[in-house]
Design a protein around this ligand. Structure first.
Ligand SMILES: Cc1cc2nc3c(=O)[nH]c(=O)nc-3n(C[C@H](O)[C@H](O)[C@H](O)COP(=O)(O)OP(=O)(O)OC[C@H]3O[C@@H](n4cnc5c(N)ncnc54)[C@H](O)[C@@H]3O)c2cc1C
Length: 354
């Protein structure tokens, strides 16, 4: 059995950054186990390709939630990336840090170091923002952020005007002084290609001799000695393999898979694990609980201006937009479908966008 200093399960947003940071000094060996395959695919690299990967089982876990009474019994589709870069290789690329209030609430809940002011230097250091550096934004970091304000669809401009007519402030930078208002999204791309966490962090780390990435390697169990995690068992090419961690085992398989792997390894709610015949290592009722989801609701309107649907539906539209993308790395295929958005308070009593 091979021993590494660190074993990282999952090469997604979190795993890619950790692999880069932990290997940078050259002092530690790092093994990354990834259940999916390579991110070198056209529809992964081309930004608008996420319309295709949204349901593609080759790169997506394609989870289905249980029927939800709050959604009239409908069962939601939950896409999660299953490839190098994880969900950052199939996501909509909208570059939003999260609200100051959320991070400050984490700190207030007893997590020193996780408030917004603590995190701001890290947020600035990781980005290379096309809009330039200021009090909130950074340049020169590994992850390029594109300013799309000059490239959005004509309807987006009308949406921004309509938002302001409805009394919502215009926000020039959702990652700036405040999140509230309507505005154009920044996206994680560079030169018309997706800037996933794999591209920004994992791929550069993979050039180092002390980093090993195993693809199509599904971690099935964390190995314990007493209560100490000492390695990982995984399936690859029909074989059961294992690796040992001299320092740490890191679970970065995402919000669905990491708690599942913990439960399979004997860390989780005692009644659940007993019922499944899993040997208990450590009882914890919170493993697999408290997930917060956000619902996506689509409203569909007939427009007077041609929308992306009308542009992309006919073969000649695909050809034109495809040529534009291949020749100039610009146009609709180089952008996110989500051009703009907003963060609002549902009423005057709310103290922050909710
Ligand atoms: C369709 C879609 C659109 C989104 N749009 C946006 C957006 O516009 N802006 C935004 O900020 N966020 C967006 N998100 C969310 C964002 O991408 C995720 O929050 C983020 O990538 C999660 O990072 P993670 O490291 O927790 O997990 P992931 O990036 O999902 O990585 C988990 C990795 O672990 C691997 N893995 C899991 N289990 C195992 C196992 N047992 N063994 C080995 N490997 C395993 C997975 O295959 C995956 O590669 C979107 C997500 C999706 C799916």
């Amino acid at each position: 059995m091979q021993t590494y200093d660190f074993i990282i399960v999952g090469s997604g947003s979190a795993g890619s950054v950790l692999a880069e940071k932990l290997s940078a000094s050259g002092r530690f060996s790092v093994l990354v186990l990834e259940a999916g395959g390579s991110d070198r695919r056209f529809y992964v690299q081309m930004p608008l390709g996420y319309g295709k990967t949204f349901f593609d089982p080759g790169v997506n876990w394609n989870y289905k939630a249980e029927p939800d009474p709050g959604l009239a019994g409908n069962a939601d589709h939950w896409p999660r990336g299953k490839l190098l870069g994880g969900s950052s290789s199939i996501n909509a690329m909208v570059w939003i840090r999260g609200a100051r209030e959320d991070f400050d609430a984490w700190a207030a809940a007893g997590n020193p170091g996780w408030g917004y002011d603590d995190l701001l230097p890290a947020f600035k250091a990781l980005e290379d923002n096309q809009a330039g550096a200021d009090q909130w934004r950074g340049v020169g970091g590994p992850l390029h952020v594109t300013d799309c304000s000059g490239a959005v669809h004509p309807l987006t401009k009308r949406y921004l005007v309509a938002g302001q007519q409805a009394g919502l402030p215009f926000n020039p930078d959702f990652n700036g002084a405040a999140q509230e208002g309507v505005g154009v999204y920044q996206i994680s791309t560079r030169n018309g290609r997706r800037m996933s966490a794999a591209r920004a962090f994992l791929r550069p780390a993979m050039k180092r001799a002390n980093v090993r990435v195993e693809m199509k390697a599904l971690a099935t169990r964390v190995l314990f000695e007493g209560k100490r995690a000492v390695g990982v068992e995984y399936q690859q090419n029909g074989e059961t393999k294992s690796a040992r961690a001299g320092r740490e085992v890191i679970l970065s398989g995402g919000s669905v898979n990491s708690p599942q792997l913990l439960q399979l390894s004997g860390v989780g709610p005692s009644a659940l694990l007993k019922g499944l015949g899993i040997r208990m290592v450590h009882a914890n009722e919170n493993v697999g609980a408290h997930l917060q989801d956000h619902v996506g609701i689509n409203y569909t309107f007939k427009g007077k201006l041609p929308t992306l649907n009308q542009t992309l539906r006919p073969w000649w539209g695909k050809l034109l937009v495809g040529m534009q993308y291949i020749l100039t790395r610009s146009g609709p295929l180089s952008l996110s479908m989500n051009n703009a958005g907003g963060f609002f308070r549902t009423g005057p009593a709310a103290t922050r966008p909710n």
